[in-house]
Design a protein around this ligand. Structure first.
Ligand SMILES: CC(=O)[C@@H](O)[C@H](O)COP(=O)(O)O
Ligand SMILES: NCC(=O)COP(=O)(O)O
Length: 251
């Protein structure tokens, strides 16, 4: 079964645009959970452009109280700075059920690629080990079109999150068949060495069904940008239920 983790970064974008505390990130997360979402994801960035450290702690408290998965995404190599203690320190303090490592820089508008597991091997290993010692399940962001996804297992990761941006682009352009075959093959290669497969980036109500029907045994999708945008029209409750309906129909 695939679970839905709602990424609430974009609620914080809106809040930060004016300062103050509205819209309230925790209230929005609660509304998503009330609608049936299985978990909450955040991807705090060192420049604090959206989710801040205090959001992470407040959302962790909510997730722990509700007994749902909290997933923190981020670059494990980004150094701490004021307002951003670093991904590992955030995980030490917030104890998320899952930490998803993503190799992105501050100069990126958003995440746009996965790890090169061969190049990043020595750097990733100790961070994955430390996160696992903290009790986090560790997932690593991966490209479907790059060789070597299997190495994530050797590094100690339990899951990979397939970067679905290229699939979403192909879907929007009208033909995702080649991309879907590539993603399905990558998922199978990861699963063959015992890795669980998550997926995320630019998934939407429009493209999610096609993805889940083609790619086997996706354990979790984390969705933010499209979902929060759609919720402006339909409301969070109806939008989350809409995603869950797509997921149920794609089983
Ligand atoms: C790893 C990933 O694909 C998402 O976490 C995405 O990067 C969301 O981050 P932004 O909301 O900052 O674009
Ligand atoms: N890991 C992907 C995620 O959390 C949300 O990505 P997006 O839906 O905001 O593109």
């Amino acid at each position: 079964m695939t679970v839905l983790s709602v990424n609430v970064n974009k609620i914080a974008v809106l809040r930060n645009s004016r300062g103050g505390s509205e819209p309230d990130v925790v209230r929005a997360a609660r509304a998503c959970l009330d609608a049936g979402a299985h978990g909450i994801t955040v991807h705090p960035r060192p420049d604090a452009r959206h989710i801040r450290d205090y959001d992470v702690y407040a959302l962790a408290e909510l997730a722990h109280a509700r007994g749902v998965e909290f997933n923190i995404e981020g670059n494990p190599f980004a150094p701490p700075r004021v307002g951003y203690p670093g991904l590992l320190e955030l995980c030490r303090r917030a104890r998320p059920a899952q930490a998803t490592l993503v190799p992105d820089g501050d100069d990126q508008l958003t995440s746009d690629h996965g790890f090169d597991f061969e190049r990043d091997d020595a750097a990733l290993r100790p961070r994955i080990a430390e996160l696992r010692e903290l009790g986090c399940r560790v997932s690593v962001f991966a490209d479907a079109d790059r060789d070597g996804i299997e190495r994530a297992a050797e590094l100690g990761a339990q899951r990979v999150e397939l970067y679905t941006g290229p699939f979403a682009e192909a879907f929007a352009a009208g033909d995702a068949s080649v991309a879907l075959a590539e993603f399905a093959a990558a998922a199978r290669r990861a699963q063959a060495v015992g890795l669980g497969v998550n997926a995320g980036h630019d998934l939407s109500q429009a493209n999610l069904g096609a993805f889940l029907r083609a790619v086997p045994n996706v354990l979790e999708v984390s969705i933010g940008h499209a979902l929060i945008g759609e919720a402006l029209y339909e409301g969070l409750d109806a939008t989350v239920r809409g995603y869950l309906a797509v997921m149920a129909a794609s089983r």
